[in-house]
Design a protein around this ligand. Structure first.
Ligand code: KL2
Length: 675
């Protein structure tokens, strides 16, 4: 009996404990690094950050035991990254709260197949604290309201008393939605009726023979360690002099969270994963905790499944203090993009969904979408008559198909045209722009260069080359990019601007192309017989028949009144947004490329955070632009990983990272000026 308990309960429990403790230290260290006050720019400017002990967190700190609060405040502390021995008794006591939280879950779990009732009873007797107490704490409910109201400073409204198991350093909120009986708490998320396999899987994974194994002594978080890179000290802003103003600091996350429907549609892509870790009930809490942990102010998500958005993500984000905007992909696709922003930090000016699908246009016949928000940063009170420029945030998930670079470029052109419209001020310049997304193109591919250099000569280019995902040069038939890339009826110039916005109307010189006029042949107005039309038999008494394949709507949907004739620049597309990447796509310390995803075990960067910068004059080498920070300053970022490191963790997703992409996180400072 004792042997059974030791083998089946205590050893797994010890491993579980080690995993939780490691997670605890990772969490704390990462947050301490990420949230440590930013070094003043050039030693002169101050960074106005709510992270310098914001009110909500201060209140929380007061609820924590003193030593925990002290640890949270201290940015110097370098926690021991846990390689915890399995000698239970001392460790058990030391972090019993953490362990108890997870062990208590076993008591409410109905599906713990490897634990008999008797074994659980015996385990209970080992618990130093009455388990029900913990279960009650873990699963305590919010007031029973159907929709969870945003209360006060909503982000932390759900935090209860100091008896909560707040893991210091983690965003200390306990979130729960009654309907799902789901609780986010520290690193463990628990269901009322069913144990979420986070705990079990996290350790039992080590023992599963068909996984690529790595030494059980090396916990996931150590393998997958991501440093916070503080870039603020590198900021040189000499022209601003010594009295440059404070900055509005905010963090932006871009994350492709892997829609569950896509997992289920392409199981072959995830054969390397244990089925349990692909389960949405396993992935959701992990994803939420990761987001909660890094605590972004702006969150750009891709592959957000619509039912998960409305039933789980949006309500949870609301409780975390986010306002969320969602755009589902067109057609039968069930996922889409979401942009969420903290309502304590931004006010929405406008939100523009962009559908790339345009009926009748082959180059835009896919169901991808984008979303462009204009946000007004909310400055803290008491800093006088100050203001910042609005911030334009765009998010997209571009077509995957590696062969169809033509479509990818056209999709990007549509998004850039919308950004141009949203971000352009009355004076004709742009407010700061942040463009996030999964672009399904690698760094230095033509698509990437187009965004970064503002220009692409594409004439005669094979379509597969655009994204750099795969080499199809050996194939006999290679689709070439058409010139011009898209039809004029799209109403978008080769500078990626809506025609109506870039050309004043000259009605006397308006010309319509034949192609443009032809698309009106079967429009509703054309099919309706004017009441006063003289009846001529066989001429004006018949309706034109719309062919079945003919689109019901006009190709131009977003742009009701385009100038229909405008000059094209064959073979070249441009944009004027001056965007550069928050990431360098290279890990200098490792001498390896950064990786944001691992399709079929091959690491690649396809996710980006681009931001507005100022081009350096004469800094154009071979078409590659060089930038310095402008109104928007890159203050830091969460380091990415290399492919070899992800291999050690069995690729993506794995028990620790619950998407097939890594999240990107960057911290920015926006100049504040006198209003
Ligand atoms: O690479 V992705 O994964 O940005 O994470 O975006 C698409 C692909 C996503 C939405 O279409 O589904 C994945 N082989 C591999 N992955 C595919 C394929 C495919 N043939 N088709 C779609 N996806």
């Amino acid at each position: 009996m004792i042997g059974t308990v030791l083998c089946y309960l205590l050893l797994p429990a010890a491993r579980l404990f080690r995993a939780l403790r490691d997670a605890f230290f990772t969490c704390r260290k990462n947050v301490l690094q990420a949230k440590s006050p930013t070094t003043p720019v050039g030693g002169t400017s101050s960074v106005l950050s709510r992270r310098q002990v914001p009110e909500e967190q201060e209140a929380l700190l007061q609820q924590l035991p003193e030593e925990e609060a002290g640890r949270l405040h201290s940015s110097e502390s370098t926690p021991t990254v846990g390689r915890v021995s399995v000698t239970l008794p001392s460790d058990w006591r030391e972090d019993s709260d953490l362990l108890m939280t997870s062990l208590s879950n076993l008591n409410v779990a109905s599906e713990v197949t490897w634990c008999s009732d008797q074994q659980i009873d015996e385990l209970r007797t080992l618990m130093p604290v009455e388990p029900k107490e913990h279960a009650a704490i873990t699963l305590a409910k919010l007031p029973e309201e159907e929709s969870v109201a945003v209360v006060g400073s909503a982000a932390w409204a759900a935090v209860r008393t100091q008896t909560d198991h707040q893991i210091s350093g983690c965003a200390p909120s306990a979130l729960e939605r009654k309907e799902e009986n789901t609780t986010v708490l520290g690193w463990s998320l628990v269901h009322d009726t069913e144990i979420v396999p986070m705990e079990t899987t996290a350790w039992s994974f080590y023992d599963t023979a068909h996984f690529q194994s790595f030494p059980a002594e090396t916990p996931y978080h150590e393998i997958l360690w991501r440093d916070w890179e503080d870039l603020s000290s590198q900021l040189v802003v000499p022209e601003l002099g010594s009295d440059n103003g404070p900055l509005f600091e905010f963090r932006v996350m871009s994350y492709n969270i892997l829609a569950q429907d896509l997992v289920e549609q392409s199981p072959d892509l995830y054969q390397h994963c244990h089925p349990d870790i692909l389960d949405w009930s396993y992935r959701l809490p992990n994803l939420l905790q990761e987001i909660q942990h890094w605590d972004p102010d702006v969150l750009c998500l891709q592959e957000v499944q619509e039912n998960h958005y409305w039933e789980q993500l949006e309500p949870t984000f609301r409780m975390m203090g986010f306002v969320s905007v969602y755009k589902r992909r067109t057609g039968k696709k069930t996922d889409g993009c979401a942009v969420c922003y903290k309502h304590s930090r931004f006010q929405l000016i406008s939100a523009s969904p962009v559908e790339y699908f345009r009926p009748g246009l082959d180059i835009l016949n896919r169901d991808n979408v984008g979303l462009v928000l204009l946000l007004q940063p909310l400055l803290p009170e008491g800093i006088g008559q100050k203001a910042t420029r609005p911030l334009c945030v765009a998010n997209t998930h571009v077509l995957y198909n590696p062969r169809r670079g033509d479509i990818k470029l056209a999709q990007m052109a549509l998004l850039l045209a919308e950004i141009d419209k949203v971000a352009k001020t009355v004076e004709g310049n742009y407010c700061p722009v942040i463009l996030c997304g999964d672009l399904n193109a690698v760094p230095d591919s033509p698509l990437y260069k187009f965004i970064r250099n503002g220009q692409l000569f594409y004439h005669g280019m094979p379509a597969w080359k655009v994204s750099g995902q795969e080499d199809f040069s050996h194939q006999q038939h290679q689709r070439k990019l058409p010139t011009p890339l898209w039809h004029s009826c799209l109403g978008i110039t080769d500078n990626c601007q809506y025609v109506t916005l870039c050309q004043p109307k000259k009605s006397d010189r308006r010309k319509y192309s034949r192609d443009f006029l032809m698309q009106f042949r079967f429009c509703d107005a054309a099919c309706e017989r004017p009441a006063h039309l003289i009846l001529l038999e066989g001429v004006t008494d018949v309706k034109p028949d719309r062919p079945a394949h003919w689109p019901k709507h006009l190709a131009v949907v977003n742009n009701p009144d385009p100038e229909l004739f405008f000059p094209r620049s064959p073979g070249v597309i441009q944009h004027g947004l001056n965007l550069t990447s928050a990431y360098s796509h290279f890990l200098p310390q490792k001498g390896r490329p950064e990786v944001t995803t691992m399709p079929m075990g091959l690491g690649a960067t396809v996710d980006y955070i681009f931001y507005s910068a100022e081009p350096i004059e004469n800094g154009n080498k071979g078409g590659r632009r060089f930038y310095k920070d402008g109104t928007l300053k890159l203050l830091g970022r969460l380091s990415l990983l290399s492919e070899d490191v992800l291999w050690l963790a069995n690729g993506l997703p794995n028990p620790f990272c619950s998407s097939d992409h890594l999240c990107l996180l960057a911290s920015f400072g926006l100049e504040i000026s006198s209003a």
